[in-house]
Write a protein that binds this ligand. Structure first.
Ligand code: G3P
Ligand code: MG
Length: 248
């Protein structure tokens, strides 16, 4: 039901390094994490880049939008200076670089498709197509080594299914509405990824009884992590890889 690791470093290394950069992937890895979540968005020229916000201004300077610029330009932006002077000049990586880094070290990946508004379907199609190429050497049944796609966008997940039906999908939600199971079925998801403070013990039991994997984001206290695991939660991502180690 959940053949993956239990603790994932959120955006590479959580809040310990600049999110969604190669430096973060390296930091997480050096601190024992062999499972990672990161966010993927399409540039104007439809290349997947690893970044969380659609709008510039937080992790990269300026006031543009990711879908407004080609990948070559986005990848020249400084995604480290906002975090600390030590990381000044750390670029926005493309999806392939992060996958290659992770694969060469045996790091398992939860690839969150994070479409810019209006690009939901394209994001699913392109990220899935590139994933097929990047993992072409693996057997379609090698679930433990293939990544897990997740998204808040059902359109992106459905598009990914069209292109790469054998790559598992998880539906990301904040709160669970009455149709949560219907939505999981609609996209053929194997797991529900829910905001941890929107999960109840009762809902956790319902999700597990229905046969789905159950993942929570983003859990930053060891006490809360223990509680969630006691409810049957399979896995979670954390920003505090210093407080919640990979072997938690
Ligand atoms: O995939 C879990 C989590 O990353 C979802 O929210 O906004 O941190 O990408 P966000
Ligand atoms: Mg994310």
């Amino acid at each position: 039901m959940w053949p993956y690791p239990k603790v994932l470093a959120h955006r590479g290394a959580g809040t310990l390094a600049p999110e969604n950069t190669m430096a973060a992937m390296r930091y997480g890895w050096e601190h024992g994490f062999a499972a990672v979540e990161f966010d993927v968005m399409l540039s104007k020229d439809q290349r997947p880049v690893v970044i969380h916000d659609e709008d510039f201004g937080r992790t990269v300077a300026g006031s543009g939008k990711v879908p407004g610029y080609d990948a070559a330009f986005i990848m020249q932006q400084d995604a480290g200076a906002w975090f600390s002077a030590d990381y000044k000049g750390e670029p926005v990586p493309d999806y392939a670089s992060v996958v290659n880094f992770c694969r060469s070290r045996g790091i398992w990946m939860n690839v969150e498709m994070k479409p810019a508004q209006g690009y939901e379907r394209e994001t699913g199609l392109v990220v899935a197509a590139e994933t097929l190429q990047l993992f072409a050497d693996l057997s379609p049944v090698d679930k433990q080594h293939l990544p897990l796609f997740s998204s808040f966008s059902r359109a992106a997940l459905l598009a990914a299914h069209e292109v790469a039906p054998h790559i598992p999908r998880a539906l990301l939600i904040r709160e669970a509405g009455p149709d949560w199971k219907l939505h999981l079925q609609e996209v053929g998801a194997c797991a529900l990824h829910i905001r941890h403070d929107c999960l109840t013990r009762d809902l956790a039991a319902q999700v597990k009884d229905a046969g789905y994997g159950l993942f929570c984001y983003t859990v930053n206290s060891p006490e809360r992590a223990r509680e969630l695991l006691s409810w049957g939660v399979d896995a979670f991502c954390t920003d505090r890889i210093d407080l919640i180690p990979a072997d938690f």
